[in-house]
Design a protein around this ligand. Sequence first.
Ligand code: NAG
Length: 448
Amino acid sequence: RNGWAVFSLNCCYFIFFFSPFSVDPAEQSLLNKLIRHNLVKNRNQVEVLQRDPNSPLFSVKTFEELRLKPQLLQGVYTMGFNRPSRIQENALPMMLAEPPQNLIAQSQSGTGKTAAFSLAMLSHVNPANKWTQCLCIAPTYELAVQIGHVIEQMGKFYPEVKLAYAVRGNRLLRGTTIQEHIVIGTPGTVLDWGLKLKFFDPKKIRVFVLDEADVMIATQGHQDQSIRIQRLLPKDCQMLLLSATFEDSVWSFAERIIPDPNIIKLKREEETLDTIKQFYVVCKEKEDKFSALCNIYGSLTIAQAMIFCQTRRMASWLSGQLSSEGHQVALLSGEMMVEQRAAVIERFREGKEKVLVTTNVCSRGIDVEQVSIVVNFDLPVGRDGNSDNETYLHRIGRTGRFGKKGFAFNMVDSQETMDLIHQIELHFDRKIVKLDTDDLDELEKMMN
Ligand SMILES: *[C@@H]1O[C@H](CO)[C@@H](O)[C@H](O)[C@H]1NC(C)=O
């Protein structure tokens, strides 16, 4: 996974450490599911694009309005949901509609998508019919199991509905026809079960869910398998596609797989930038960056901070330095197992450590609400050497949430880094202010 690449640039040679922080999107998604106990609060606007603009916009503020089966309503409340999340307000009426409507929904993880489509599947099952009626595919074994747990919890008071896992290792006798109403699995095994082994009849599927579309298309072969599965289904089958992000590639995949969709999107996070003050600090080298960091952090003793480094090596050096200065430091790094990472985040979240040093592994999707400072010890750079604007946004988006003030500090140690700062300013059309770390009175005033 790691490698060295040598670039020649204007007759100088740079050795560039290549993607030691490449994040496995499926692992990232699993991590988010493991550390999430509650829905993320979201202030962002929901955009709804209706296929039929003549039918009135319909959204709900309570679960009662959805007229769910009482057993399911009980399941919803037992899971601790009191009212629909922003995305659920709009998505659930569409998902539960008769006749069924197709839907593409995009929102960050933790906004209630899994619960929404689980509810849709459970609602559309007729338990008296002993055959598979709903099919859900997810990119990995672990993610399929996680989704299955949500369905099981949600359906706790509706035990007539049965669930089967079409995942590797789950072998059935040839010639079996399964009676489970809902099948959840990974694309390869689902394709085997439906097409080759005929464990269920794809023509009898009423609801098809493709979860984590962005992760799905990042895996070789999954895209084709998903399309092959979709082709087996009846025309009037309800199709739902969920994704945390929506790059062009996800979008074109979604359009191929979901005919005549309604679309729901949570507006982008850019607006949160307005609650974040962004600074840059000029330093000479890493020791200098370190003392600047200590200066800044010293004037902000109560706050929790997340510090991002480009490499694991830098991250472990920095956390060592900070520890020797007496700080309680947590280190999160790519070589850790997902469960270990979840434990580190949990401790940080509980406030056991004030500082979290990390590489890119934890920049996406992880909500640690109390962080008021984000430090880019190294700025995020893309493969092309330009600023990685998305990653920058994800990193500093950890701060300034829920109307709180947030602060982002960028350490600048070369002209190249300064150029990155300018690119980021240009990209987001926001100013990044120069900070003099010898005079932090202004900063302290701002923060307190
Ligand atoms: C980030 O934005 C800047 C300014 O718009 C642009 O020059 C740069 O190419 C962008 N970076 C990437 C990786 O797209």
